[in-house]
Ligand binder design. Sequence first.
Ligand code: G3P
Ligand code: MG
Length: 252
Amino acid sequence: MLEVLAARRDGHPLISAHRGGAAYAPENTMAAFRNGAAIGADLLELDVQLTADGRMVVIHDHSLDRTTNGHGPVHAQTLAQLRELDAGSWFGPSFAGERLPTLDEVAAWAAGRVRLNIEIKSGPDTLGDLPEQVVATCRRYGIVQETLVISFDHVAIRRVKEAEPGLAGAINFTARLADPLGAARAAHANILNMSAGFISRELCELAHGAGLGVQCFMDNPERAVVLADMGVDFMDSDHPDVVRAAVRGRPR
Ligand code: G3P
Ligand code: MG
């Protein structure tokens, strides 16, 4: 079993700091990742996209406008241009000067410290060789066994799994699928990552019976306990410390 899936064995779900823990620091920056690790997140979730010169940069939106002092599409600028931007001031003056990280920068820092939950965010038209670059970075830093790669682009996950079966892959979806197990099989995925409203005890049992994990976003600690009892294996949260304390406090 992949290490990141086996880690669930103690009976508690693993909690990802969504975008590093977006409630506490500017999302997808090193400041957020350092804080996410410090407050005890099991994994750090981050979003990766390709730049105009085909390099990997960590940012959620396809536009620079909300979380940096830049403008326009991420994929229209080179990595050197993107590295000039301020990705922290929008969140608070104490974060001024935070830069958009590269995936390699995050992976080098995270190796041996905390697991990563890497979301491939480029759309099909801008995907390029991003799946294969993500695999290469995970190999370069020796983090294949403890890393989870997720995406709404299920073809991207299939390409990751074809390049490196040792990486755990999750398919994200926000519509209710008629055949989630079939969708996972088609992408060679290990985990179903869906809207929490789709999750039931039956769905978790079905997934586990097929050797799959179940993941969702969850920021409400009371609801997180209910989902953990249903059998959810991974949760992403902007408040990972709060959600983790809630699910660890429940009886197994
Ligand atoms: O749980 C996955 C989550 O990261 C997907 O949503 O839009 O925040 O990247 P988003
Ligand atoms: Mg994400």
